[in-house]
Design a binder for this molecule. Structure first.
Ligand code: CAO
Length: 415
């Protein structure tokens, strides 16, 4: 048995944010019915195509374990099918542009009237406010949610990050809200609306930067490089390069081979509790007794010089040697792993986090499986559906249409 077995999800999502949410719910055991426009489908099926004639990796990697039903929700016969789906399902998830669902004739009020137990999840770019009508993509939300202004080096422009904190991040937030709403419905008997605005989700993930904004009023941010460099902090949380965002100073340092390998680097944290081990490992045992280095406070104004010295040592080792040597004495470090290295990592294959999937159009490809591991809810990753692959099956087994009715719906052009 799986955690969400028996939960039916009407998945009206597209691109990345919504599909991330419904893929997670599918992995947790829900029956996810993805509704797509006939002949077109989710736009990502045809974006960043690497194999001609096959669904793109963008689509396949976000839509595992789902069934696909094609349906024109602006067609009268399509609307009738959609009504049946709304009555039949527990959760509806959508991430259309603001107002699109209501323009189709399915406002929240209408959906509630059709099924008072329905839980409706939405991702939008913004919550209520001046920008609520805007269309939003990943990097727009990274910029409006505080991530870009706090990412990058102090003397460079704002940067977006490779982690899809806005799309996948909002999908994750939404999934949690939907599961909580399902739990609440067990007691209240009622559905509810669940909204995950991308700006808000990014800001939630940038929580420590709003912490720093307030700390600024009480003096400089001592763990930032700017403090050691004597640079003015200004009045807003500045960009802090690779400085640690926590109370333990850290930086990215070069390792052996950095001249030719773009990822021959390690993250190195000078955690106060193991400072003496750091001194021994890098060959500076005298720093243990030196008042300029012995306390965390004394080290704050010398962090740049300290990390330069540590780097002289890390440059003599590979990033994996640094990992082995430092972890043996409790010093937290992290090799900068490339996507190639991650794809080839046996431990991630063993746990099902990197999975090889077979697809009828494109053959074998790698994907990221469910990162949440539950001891009593196993996850098997199944390939994404072809466009409309399950239309007949859903119309007959989920909605109970007869063969004649299915034929008539098809004849109408609604599916
Ligand atoms: N049948 C008939 N019509 C359908 C349909 C179906 N099955 N599925 C979608 N449509 C229609 C919509 O109703 C809409 O029509 P109207 O413009 O007449 O209302 C139209 O298709 C386009 O939908 P859209 O506006 O959502 O799509 P877009 O490509 O123009 O915008 C996006 C995409 C992502 C910018 C927008 O959907 C959005 O802002 N979503 C919310 C935020 C979000 O999730 N962003 C993350 C995207 S991942 O990077």
């Amino acid at each position: 048995m799986k955690a969400l077995e028996g939960v039916k999800i009407l998945d009206f999502t597209h691109v990345q944010s919504g599909p991330t949410c419904t893929q997670l719910l599918a992995w947790l055991g829900a029956d996810v019915i993805k509704v797509e426009r006939p002949g077109v489908g989710d736009a990502t099926r045809n974006q960043l195509v690497d194999v001609d004639g096959a669904d793109s990796l963008y689509f396949t990697m976000l839509n595992h374990n789902k069934r696909s039903l094609t349906l024109n929700s602006k067609h009268e016969a399509g609307k009738a099918v959609l009504e049946r789906l709304i009555k039949e399902c527990d959760v509806m998830v959508e991430n259309f542009a603001p107002g699109a669902l209501a323009r189709m004739g399915f406002s929240w009020e209408r959906i509630q009237a059709l099924n008072p137990r329905m839980i409706m999840g939405s991702v939008k770019g913004f919550g209520p406010g001046p920008y609520q009508a805007c269309k939003v993509y990943e990097n727009v939300a990274q910029c409006t949610g505080g991530s870009a202004s706090t990412t990058g080096f102090p003397d460079g422009p704002p940067l977006v990050t490779g982690a899809q904190i806005a799309d996948s991040g909002s999908g994750l937030h939404l999934a949690l809200g939907l599961v909580a709403a399902l739990y609440q419905r067990e007691k209240s008997g009622r559905g509810q609306q669940v909204l995950a605005p991308m700006q808000d989700c990014v800001l939630n993930l940038c929580r420590v930067k709003l912490r720093d904004q307030q700390r600024l009023q009480h003096g400089p941010l001592t763990e930032y490089s700017q403090f050691a460099d004597g640079v003015d902090f200004g009045d807003a949380t500045p960009r802090s390069g690779n400085d640690s965002g926590g109370g333990q100073p850290g930086r990215i340092l070069k390792c052996k081979g950095w001249e030719t390998d773009a990822n021959a680097y390690t993250y190195f944290i000078t955690q106060a509790a193991v400072w003496e081990n750091v001194c021994d490992v890098i060959g500076k045992p005298e720093w243990k007794e030196d008042s300029d280095y012995a306390t965390a406070k004394a080290r704050l104004t010398r962090l740049n010089a300290i990390f330069e010295t540590i780097e002289q040592w890390t440059m003599t080792k590979t990033k994996f040697e640094v990992m082995d040597i430092c972890n043996a004495v409790n010093i937290p470090v992290g090799p900068i792993l490339s996507m190639k290295e991650l794809a080839e990592e046996p431990a991630l294959r063993d746990t099902g986090t990197i999975v090889e999937v077979d697809h009828p159009e494109r053959g074998k490809y790698l994907t990221v499986g469910c990162p949440i591991k539950m001891s009593d809810s196993p996850v098997g990753v199944e390939r994404s559906p072809l466009l409309g692959e399950h239309t007949d099956e859903i119309l007959t087994t989920v909605l109970g249409y007869s063969a004649e009715q299915v034929a008539a719906i098809k004849q109408s052009g609604a599916v």
